[in-house]
Design a binder for this molecule. Structure first.
Ligand code: NDP
Ligand code: 2IT
Length: 445
């Protein structure tokens, strides 16, 4: 790390105790900056790095609600409005018991560069709550969402800050959140949230976009190696929104998805994952993978160990941060792994990433590979602003074009800055330069 960047990182470390994920994300980006700051000294003089180390605004609030037994529950709500140099803050909401300020800051920080890479004029933000939707009734989830929005509404808007889904927040939650927003402000302002229902402002292909986009990206990585998905053995962790649609696209491209996971374990299916059954268990019943395994003779549930113990040619980690460790990476490399594309945000630990790079595995970081979700959110905002509605094919074609564009931009930038083939360097530098230019041109704000 350049000495000046190192000093700023030391300050970030002192200022943000107890936020290891945030520091991990910052260190990864700062670690790519040496060739940039040497070539663009104006980045220092305009204080871009110092300013990127600090979110523009961090909102914390109480979310009181009443559960089905009449007991008062209190959760914590967050919205980190990290950087708006390129457009309104844009990024998802995560409802998971592990959520804290450091997690939301890491996700908001990553979102700045990801959104920049899409080229679509969106700033970076993230939010959520430590609310655990698991085991909660529909009524409880609705009351929680309404209480959450009763505070959040004053901070968001189509030109201010536009939340969407993330872990634990899907179409159902976006519906409850939008309903409460509309009731409070008294306007049908579709552009305030993305991932909406298709009858009231949602975009076709938004639900599929993150998973499809990650697989389009992996297809480009394979293509660069002279390979395709045809007949290739693929492991996908998670079994939520990103994982399900990543699996669908892998099958469409002729690949073989052998396993998916959730927090209870993983299923290996000798006949390949049955998507219709997976969607029934996960999207309709909101159940566990044991239920998938019990209904399919070719499948077994594994509750010990890790899904990454399985030999695979392509790995798509689509569950959560730091789920793929250095030792998991070593075992995957030993079994002939060629490509990793992060569908989740920061799922590979720094040790795993180092092992992939060392072994010459093609590795794509989340801020590039999973940008299809937020990119399609921006397409949803475009449709809302023009009161139009694109077809599935039109939207998917735009998504594919954007993902191929990000892939090529990462490679070209990596090459230009002396690290050919390194998607991390390419994504960090290409993402940063656009934001940095905007921040410099707009003055010290
Ligand atoms: P979902 O809530 O739909 O699914 C999450 C999946 O990951 C579930 O299978 C869940 O298992 C598993 N999971 C979550 N947390 C843990 C944990 N701590 N340990 C083990 N398994 C876990 O979320 P998404 O699919 O939307 O998000 C997955 C990842 O993709 C996240 O990193 C998210 O930030 C990222 N992402 C999402 C985008 C989107 O558009 N939705 C866009 C870009 C990135 P269980 O149900 O058992 O908890
Ligand atoms: O991490 C992400 O990019 C998302 N959860 C999607 C954000 C969005 O605004 O669509």
């Amino acid at each position: 790390m350049h000495r000046h960047v190192e000093e700023i990182f030391a300050l970030v470390t002192r200022r943000n105790p107890g936020e290891p994920e945030f520091l991990q994300a910052v260190e990864e980006v700062f670690g790519s900056l040496d060739p940039v700051v040497e070539r663009h000294p104006w980045i220092f003089t305009s204080g871009v790095i110092e300013r990127l180390a600090e979110p523009e605004r961090q909102i914390l609030f109480r979310v009181p609600w009443v559960d089905d037994s009449g007991t008062v529950q209190v959760n914590r709500g967050f919205r980190v409005e990290y950087n708006s140099a390129l457009g309104p803050y844009k990024g998802g909401l995560r409802f998971h018991p592990s959520v804290n300020l450091g997690i939301i800051k890491f996700l908001g920080f990553e979102q700045i560069f990801k959104n920049s890479l899409t080229g679509l004029g969106i700033g970076g933000g993230k939010g959520g709550s430590d609310f655990d939707p698991r085991g909660r009734s529909e009524g409880e989830v609705m009351r929680f969402c309404q209480s959450f929005m009763t505070e959040l509404y004053r901070h968001i808007g189509p030109s201010t800050d536009v939340p969407a889904g993330d872990i634990g927040v899907g179409g159902r939650e976006i519906g409850f959140l939008f309903g409460q927003y509309r009731r409070i402000v008294g306007r049908h302002e579709t552009g305030v949230l993305t991932g909406k229902g298709l009858d009231w402002g949602g975009s076709l292909a938004r639900k599929e976009a993150t998973g499809y986009g990650a697989v389009f990206f992996a297809r480009e990585q394979l293509r660069r190696l002279g390979l395709t998905f045809e007949g290739r053995r693929v492991t996908i962790s998670g079994s939520g929104n990103v994982a399900i649609y990543a699996a669908e696209k892998v099958f469409q491209l002729g690949g073989f998805v052998q396993a998916v996971s959730d927090s209870s374990g993983y299923v290996v299916d000798d006949d390949g994952i049955d998507l219709a059954l997976l969607r029934q268990v996960k999207e309709v019943e909101r159940g566990r993978l044991a239920s998938y395994a019990s209904r399919r003779a070719s499948a077994r549930l594994v509750t010990g160990g890790s899904i990454w113990d399985l030999p695979a040619s392509v790995a798509l980690p689509c569950a959560t941060q730091n789920e793929l460790s250095g030792s998991a990476a070593a075992s995957l490399i030993g079994s002939g792994l060629r490509v990793v594309a992060e569908g989740a945000n920061m799922p590979c630990t720094p040790e795993a990433v180092a092992a992939f790079l060392e072994a010459g595995v093609s590795f794509a970081p989340g801020k590039a590979a999973n940008a299809g979700g937020v990119a399609t959110s921006a397409l949803e905002m475009q449709q809302n602003a023009s009161r139009s509605c694109w077809t599935f094919a039109q939207t998917e074609a735009r998504l594919e074009e954007i993902m191929v564009g990000i892939h090529d931009q990462c490679l070209a930038t990596a090459e230009e800055y002396g690290s050919p083939g390194n998607y991390i360097v390419g994504a960090n530098i290409a993402g940063l330069l656009k934001v940095a230019r905007a921040m410099a041109e707009q003055g010290i704000v």
